[in-house]
Design a protein around this ligand. Structure first.
Ligand code: PLP
Length: 444
């Protein structure tokens, strides 16, 4: 009998007893190849000696000091490191303990900015239908998961919605990618005008969509268009890179590949690589300057912000990424994984799309490739593939359709950056086997 409120209240998952490199071991000694880093977290794999040593040293020196009293050397160093590698202009860092907290802080900072510059009538965020921004009430409100929001809807602020950028599903056959991008940007502009630009705080979007659709990258020019619209109407662009940031897509921040700089950028997961819970937001001087010269206080805070041990873990993770030139490795391995997936699964009658950037790839499963018709959501194919994969000793991140259940089943792969090409081939092979086992079982 467990006393923990597990995710599934009716079953207890296997006990993770140890982990090393790219494997987690359960209490029976079974090894699981970690091809998703949990939820795109474990970018350096497990028990990395540099990170473990840095944490030990920090705990011996200073485990924690409340930020109401002190700053710490290690949190200052981590902030310096993040800014030094960030898109130009994102010069300010606020540390939190995870992704939802990062988005929550981003929403509040954006609102406070407009209050401080004398525009308190701005109260509305615009966000996309297929998106996930976290599970706290503010982050849940901007997220597009209807099923997550449903029972909490009366507690959530209203958010204006636009379509996601999801070429595989939504680009019409008679449209070029450019026309599709223009249609989406027109929809966003229309929404800004419908709400009234003077009432809008900002537009929130994941640069590469993660937990709701399986590594869906934007079309070329989409975020450039978003940036232009935000500039034109004086609204803030808030990029959520909690999942896709910190090198996952082959550049430290995914927006680098889209050639844009958001006003606020939220990160977590790969920031600390799972060694400690840590997230952060990066904010431009445009936002911070009026607050610094106004009230002088960001009206927010948590007990564990800037936690010294968490910052030490994150700093060590980020230093290893730079030292070992893991960004170029992610790009090379990502291309290898794409080719390997296409070779092994590209012709599978139920694989509709293989997509992603870097070591952040998604496989979308469909009942019918020609019509892109998804499997019946009640069959929960994604969960069945996950169960098969766990049997086969493989960890993958599954997700089901999230817009009225009509968006099909997806598998997300986000393996540690330290894998080799042959590790990646093993991941793809085990995944293909798991898919081949799970799909016929649906009709038995
Ligand atoms: N934003 C995005 C894009 C995410 O993928 C997640 C988590 O999956 C979150 C926010 C929330 O992060 P956390 O679970 O650390 O609170």
């Amino acid at each position: 009998m467990t006393h923990i409120i597990h995710r599934n209240l009716r079953t207890t998952p296997p006990v993770a007893a140890g982990a090393k490199g790219i494997h987690i071991f359960d209490s029976a000694g079974k090894a699981y190849l970690d091809a998703c880093g949990g939820a795109a977290v474990s970018c350096l794999g497990h028990a990395h000696p540099n990170v473990v040593a840095a944490m030990h040293a920090q705990i011996d020196k200073l485990a924690y000091a409340h930020t109401g009293f002190f700053t710490s050397e290690v949190s200052e160093q981590l902030a310096d490191h993040l800014v030094a590698h960030a898109p130009k202009g994102l010069d300010n860092v606020y540390f939190v303990s995870g992704g939802s907290e990062a988005m929550e802080a981003a929403l509040k900072l954006a609102r406070q900015y407009f209050v401080e510059i004398g525009q308190p009538e701005r109260t509305v965020f615009i966000a996309r239908r297929q998106s996930y921004h976290g599970n706290t009430l503010g982050a849940l409100a901007v997220g597009g998961n209807e099923w997550r929001r449903k029972q909490f809807a009366p507690l959530l602020v209203d958010v204006a919605r636009v379509s996601p950028c999801y070429e595989y599903r939504d680009r019409r056959d008679d449209e070029t990618p450019e026309q599709y991008t223009r249609r989406l940007l027109k929809e966003l502009e229309d929404k800004i005008l419908e709400v009234g630009p003077e009432r809008v705080i900002g537009f929130c979007a994941e640069t590469v969509v993660g937990a709701t659709a399986g590594a869906v990258p934007p079309t070329q020019g989409y975020f450039k268009g978003v940036r232009e619209l935000c500039n034109r109407y004086g609204i803030l662009y808030i990029a959520d890179e909690v999942m896709c940031g910190m090198g996952r897509t082959g550049t430290l921040y995914a927006v680098e590949q889209d050639g844009v700089v958001p006003d606020i950028l939220a990160i977590a997961k790969g920031l600390g690589g799972g060694y400690q819970p840590i997230g952060a937001l990066l904010a431009s001087e445009r936002i911070m300057d009026p607050i610094r010269n106004g009230s002088g206080l960001f009206q927010h805070g948590h007990t564990y912000i800037g936690h010294a041990t968490a910052c030490a873990a994150a700093l060590a993770v980020q230093q290893v990424i730079q030292r070992d030139q893991l960004m170029s490795r992610v790009r090379i391995l990502g291309e290898h994984m794409r080719t390997s997936l296409e070779q092994r699964l590209g012709d599978h009658p139920n694989v509709g799309d293989i997509r992603g950037r870097g070591l952040f790839m998604g496989v979308e499963l469909v009942k019918d490739r020609a019509t892109k018709m998804p499997f019946d959501p009640d069959l929960k194919l994604h969960a069945k593939i996950k169960a098969q994969a766990m049997n086969n000793g493989l960890m993958i991140y599954p997700m089901g359709g999230t817009i009225d259940g009509q968006r099909g089943d997806h598998i997300l792969l986000a393996p540690p950056f330290i894998m080799t090409k042959s590790d990646i081939d093993q991941v793809v092979d085990l995944l293909a086997t798991s898919v081949e086992q799970a799909i016929p079982a649906l009709t038995e």
